[in-house]
Design a protein around this ligand. Structure first.
Ligand code: BEZ
Length: 218
């Protein structure tokens, strides 16, 4: 299915570098407006439904790791098609059963207007559930990375933190993050665009594969 077809079904295709579409909605912390969350990082993520096994494990783990996101000056915001009152009942069940309070907002999207604007609803599905899409939005409101997992597989919270660390480190150092990068490991420099540097570089890879110093989160 091409982009046009997706868009004709009311499902937007967002890409890295796009400004995250703004919205206002009810949430478990009161009304929220996406653009009001600028000036910090924001992870906006959808889940298929409340009171489902995989989603419950994700929310318990995200709530347990809330301090780690806070250290990185990053807000979390979840979204599903379920009603605000379903979200409340689910969070109460999570608190009672797992002894952890989910304090980040969970947005209700009963008409799927937000899910469609963000392409979180699989266009081929007649199902109204959103897939597990995650948007990493920088402090200027720009989408910097996205992941999409199927409904039957939970996200890795350490990988969400690693992606956030990598995005923050490459911004701070104006550098590139190599495969398997973790905080404290070297980042890479962008390749030169100067032929003299290419010819004068010490060895065959030195002009395009160069370390940029160790990267920390900020
Ligand atoms: C879950 O979170 O467990 C789930 C949600 C929708 C479909 C399948 C699994």
């Amino acid at each position: 299915m091409d982009t046009q077809e997706n868009e004709s079904r009311g499902t937007r295709v967002l890409r890295i570098g796009d400004l995250a579409p703004d919205f206002e909605a009810r949430s478990t912390i009161g009304p929220v407006k996406l653009s009001a969350f600028r000036e910090r990082w924001l992870i906006l993520f959808s889940h298929p439904a409340d009171f489902t096994p995989v989603c419950t494990t994700e929310f318990v783990e995200l709530a347990r790791q809330a301090d780690e996101f806070e250290k990185r000056e990053c807000n979390l915001m979840a979204l599903s098609v379920d009603s605000l009152f379903s979200h409340f009942a689910w969070l109460r069940m999570i608190r009672d059963r797992f002894d952890i309070e989910v304090r980040f907002p969970i947005v209700e999207d009963p008409t799927l207007v937000i899910g469609r604007a963000f392409g979180m609803v699989a266009p081929k599905d007649n199902d109204s559930a959103t897939v597990r899409t995650t948007f990493f939005i920088d402090p200027t409101g720009v989408i910097r990375a996205m992941t999409c997992y199927p409904a039957n597989m939970g996200r890795s919270i350490p990988e969400m933190l690693r992606m956030l660390d990598a995005l923050q480190a490459i911004d701070a150092k104006d550098a590139l993050a190599p495969a398997n990068w973790e905080p404290g490991m070297p980042l890479l420099k962008s390749p030169t665009q100067d032929l003299d540097e290419v010819f004068s570089a010490g060895d065959q890879t030195a002009w395009f594969l160069r370390e940029a110093g160790k990267g920390s989160r900020k």
